[in-house]
Design a protein around this ligand. Structure first.
Ligand code: PLP
Length: 417
């Protein structure tokens, strides 16, 4: 018996466990302080009423023998695939049809699983810092090599920092699989269409596949920022796109997302035969996945109703108002802040080049605010922390007041010494 030894290479997921441990220790020592958690990546607002209505109606259908449904199509019901194609793509002039959409139980599953279609020798490129699932999924698949001081030695990192304006440089050599996530978790930054086009052109030249994660698309506010990779010319021939209802409509606990695999997307076998990625993905899903619950797909469909869209917009606006308040407060407190205009994440440079973990600890002990150290998202995250706008308004405002007072106090102290 052999196990997949690649699993033994995985780094322990210290990030959130370490945060929890440090927060717990602080809470035990300072029971009088009310902690404010700005580190979480989970939503806090309830499901929109239109979604709850659809969920309830679908549950009743399941309890009636004339409308009961058993196994559904693995790739999703047509009613949802049609709604997605129409509202998320065709309404923006993008040529994506329902049969190119594969409904799932959230973007984590497919961003993690899609790599199963690719051989172990492919070279993987990721922007850095990044959502850790892409890295770990490739470690499991044996494509990441070994972990060293500077990261995994077979992964090609494209650093995104204040110095390069969070615009990742194209790889110097040839890479086969490219992970892009825009709007980005954790930096909250976006790419312009011209920049996205550079990556698509690179992929078309090099014969690479781009895996584009647009889980935060609903947060884009700035006109001209691309909502989908298919806005770039030629992307249908080189890119897969992942979307999620989690952050759009509060589905983190309900679970629904989808993956777009265009018909033109093909890869060559070792003998040079063209294979359709969509057909391979459907085959994979039909073997290993039995579809997303009917009630959940009806709930997702309701996101596209007039009522649903209005309610979703209100929730997203609520979080983005938090982001605006935080951005303004952090900036006027003299911190360098990125993101937060087209994403619910703010990426904050630590003052005086402090490491992200020391700053996390200082912030916790001085203000009772919990953030996420940037180093947990990759080597280029050192020297930054992530704050999220998913909390409630009162907490956001209080956190910003505490932080402003603390920074003003430390400055005064510095001046007096
Ligand atoms: N992709 C990114 C970039 C994320 O940040 C997350 C969740 O935080 C996901 C995917 C997973 O989303 P889902 O809840 O749809 O699995």
């Amino acid at each position: 018996m052999q196990i997949n030894e690649n699993f033994l290479k995985l780094r322990k997921n210290y990030l959130f466990a370490d945060i929890a441990k440090k927060v717990e220790a602080y809470r035990a020592a300072h029971p009088e302080v009310r902690l404010i958690r700005l580190g979480i990546g989970d939503v806090t607002r309830p499901l929109p009423p239109a979604v709850v209505g659809a969920l309830t109606k679908a549950a009743a259908e399941m309890g009636d023998s004339s409308t009961f449904r058993g196994y559904g199509p693995e790739q999703g019901y047509d009613f949802l695939r049609e709604a997605i194609a129409r509202h998320d793509f065709r309404s923006r002039g993008l040529d994506i049809s329902a049969d190119e959409i594969y409904v799932n139980d959230g973007a984590k599953s497919d961003t993690g699983n899609f790599g199963e279609l690719f051989g172990p020798d492919n070279v993987v490129c990721l922007t850095d810092p990044i959502y850790p699932v892409y890295v770990d999924a490739n470690v499991m698949a044996g494509r990441a090599g070994n972990f060293a001081e500077t990261g995994w030695d077979r992964l090609v990192y494209a650093p995104c920092t204040a110095e390069n304006g969070f615009r990742p440089a194209l790889p110097e050599g040839k890479v086969d699989i490219i992970y892009l996530c825009y709007p980005n978790n954790p930096t909250g930054t976006t790419l312009s269409l011209d920049d996205l086009q550079l990556w698509v052109d690179y992929a078309l030249r090099a014969g690479s596949i781009i895996l584009f994660d647009a889980a935060y698309e609903a947060y884009i506010r700035t006109p001209g920022v691309p909502h989908s990779i298919y806005e770039a010319e030629g992307a249908r021939r080189c890119a897969v796109e992942f979307r999620s209802f989690s952050k759009t409509a509060g589905f983190t606990g309900l679970r629904c997302g989808y993956t777009v695999v265009p018909r033109e997307l093909t890869v060559k076998t070792a003998e040079g035969t063209k294979v359709s990625l969509g057909e391979l993905w459907l085959r994979r899903q039909c073997t290993k996945f039995n579809g997303t619950a009917y009630v959940v797909q009806r709930a997702a469909e309701a996101v596209y109703s007039d009522e649903g869209r209005r309610q979703v917009r209100e929730t997203v606006d609520y979080y983005m108002e938090n982001a605006r308040i935080m951005r303004e407060a952090l900036t006027s407190a003299g911190l360098q802040v990125f993101g937060g205009t087209d994403a619910p994440y703010l990426w904050v440079k630590t003052p005086a080049g402090e490491g992200s973990w020391p700053f996390f600890e200082t912030l916790l002990s001085e203000t009772g605010i919990v953030c996420t150290p940037g180093a947990g998202f990759g080597p280029a995250g050192k020297g930054y922390v992530r704050l999220t706008a998913f909390g409630n308004r009162e907490d956001c405002c209080e956190a910003m007041e505490r932080l402003g007072n603390w920074l003003a106090g430390t400055r005064k102290q510095e001046q007096n010494t």
